[in-house]
Design a binder for this molecule. Sequence first.
Ligand code: FES
Length: 157
Amino acid sequence: MISDNAKKQIDSWIEKYPEGKQSSAVMEALKIIQKENNNQLTHDSIQAVADYLDMPGIAAAEVATFYENYNHQPVGKHIIRFCHNISCMLNGADDLISHLETKLGVKTGEVTDDGLISVKKVECLGACVGAPMFQIGDQYYENLTIDKIDKIVDGLK
Ligand code: FES
């Protein structure tokens, strides 16, 4: 279930913590396994991480379901993580999210028919000064407008 490559990466995280505290690597381990599995976690993959880190499955599942950067449904190649927290909401995020849904023909949580793009509503990403904003991969896009969104999304296709 866990590839040799993933084990190597996870081991490098385990080494950062005191002996016997390998479960502290759970967030990174889940991220590594998710990346290897079409950007999605399953019950079995979460349990495999728990077994590898010698921790209860429920504890790994609690982490995997608490943070929104873990995916439990199929996602697109690109995930648009649109902040809808207070600063972004006050600066028009809801209307922009509606525009994005209409443009892509999906609702938040869904994937476009071509499997390319999915949209997630997320909580504050710490870039309130650039509200409204979203994240794709490691890149933040701030001070969004309809025109900016159209250009960014068209560039993903
Ligand atoms: S509220 Fe959107 S980045 Fe903080």
